[in-house]
Design a protein around this ligand. Structure first.
Ligand code: SF4
Length: 339
């Protein structure tokens, strides 16, 4: 199985089984999320059912940083928006636009008083994110991949943006090669993934340390190559706790909006060879290739792409579109149930 299919299975497992130990409350699982500099394969947002219920009135779409500014600071009673909201550090006209969008989304109300826009909140934005867990998926871990991954995980540990970082890798035969695991930072956890036909089993083999998300982190911008001639110093910059708090909420909001099943948005479910298989996922399947296809393969460039025949749309899906649309709806319905 390629990395893409492996990643989807880790996401599906996390949705059903996270945390590996201890009590389960609620989780939101997303994929390919992070910052401009670092993107994690799988992101697990730990939360509670109650917090999710409080987040729900803000809509299924994410709140970006401008809408978060309004959601967090909108007053309970009417006030001029410039008096009520803290100075955002960017022009007020963008705040005014965000206030209007917030009103369209229904979580604030607005009114005009002598040419001034006033607002008041309808709902209080909840602190709905308890913990953020980042999982890096590498099914086939060899020495070269382990070196690259170890460096990435060291960065993650130094920044401390996620509460925990894990590596998920495939256990083959006698398990995972100990030397490869030893290369990983001790703060990172390791999940061993084994596949037996349709069944995927995931076991922790090393538990991570909780990272100090409340403290300033260190971003390693450049490190010396380590050769005998290399006398350069590593370059660092600090990630302050305010920046980290903002980024954590933005990452969680994106996970909330997209979930991990949004892969269909970038694939071709309108191709006649596209199928969804396995109720645990569902996961994509290409009939033409006779195997799971990756998101990169299943694109406009695919030479085997064939549009759904129009007859499929006329037969059985008269209003809602063809099976491609039905696949998207199924994934969306599953995503909705998670929220
Ligand atoms: S033939 Fe190509 S476009 Fe069609 S489902 Fe397979 S990979 Fe996707």
């Amino acid at each position: 199985m390629k990395e893409f299919g492996f990643e989807l299975r880790v996401c599906a497992w996390a949705e059903r089984n996270w945390p590996p130990e201890g009590d389960r409350e609620a989780v939101v699982v997303g994929r390919q999320l992070g910052t401009e500099r670092r993107r994690w394969d799988t992101v697990v947002v730990e939360t509670t059912e109650r917090a999710l219920a409080e987040r729900a009135p803000f809509g299924a779409q994410r709140l970006g940083s401008d809408l978060l500014h309004v959601a967090r600071n909108a007053p309970a009673s009417w006030a001029y928006y410039r008096d009520a909201l803290p100075d955002p550090g960017y022009p007020w006209r963008y705040v005014r636009e965000a206030v209007h969008r917030a009103a369209e989304r229904g979580f604030v109300e607005t009114r005009r008083r002598s040419n001034r826009i006033e607002l008041r909140r309808r709902y209080r934005y909840p602190a709905w994110v308890d913990r953020i867990v980042a999982i890096e998926n590498k099914p086939d871990l060899d020495a070269a991949a382990a070196r690259v991954l170890a460096e990435q995980l060291e960065h993650d540990v130094a920044v401390g943006l996620a509460d925990e970082v894990w590596l998920a890798t495939r256990a083959s035969g006698g398990g995972i090669e100990p030397a490869l695991l030893e290369a990983m930072p001790v703060e990172a956890g390791v999940l061993s993934v084994s596949e037996d036909g349709e069944r995927t089993t995931v076991e922790p083999v090393w538990y991570p340390r909780s990272l100090a998300v409340e403290n300033a982190g260190t971003r390693i911008l450049e490190r010396p190559s380590g050769g005998s001639e290399d006398r350069s110093a590593a370059r660092f910059e600090y990630a302050d706790p305010g920046w980290k708090g903002e980024k954590r909420t933005e990452i969680a909001e994106r996970a909330y909006e997209r979930g991990w099943r949004s892969y269909a948005d970038t694939m071709r479910p309108d191709c006649r060879h596209f199928e969804l298989r396995d109720p645990a996922g569902p996961f994509p399947w290409c009939v033409s290739k006779g195997r799971e296809q990756t998101a990169a393969e299943c694109s406009a460039d695919c030479p085997a792409f064939e549009p759904e025949p129009p007859a499929w749309r006329a037969r059985g899906w008269p209003i809602e579109g063809g099976p491609g649309k039905a696949s998207k709806r199924l994934l969306e319905a599953k995503r909705e149930r998670r929220r």
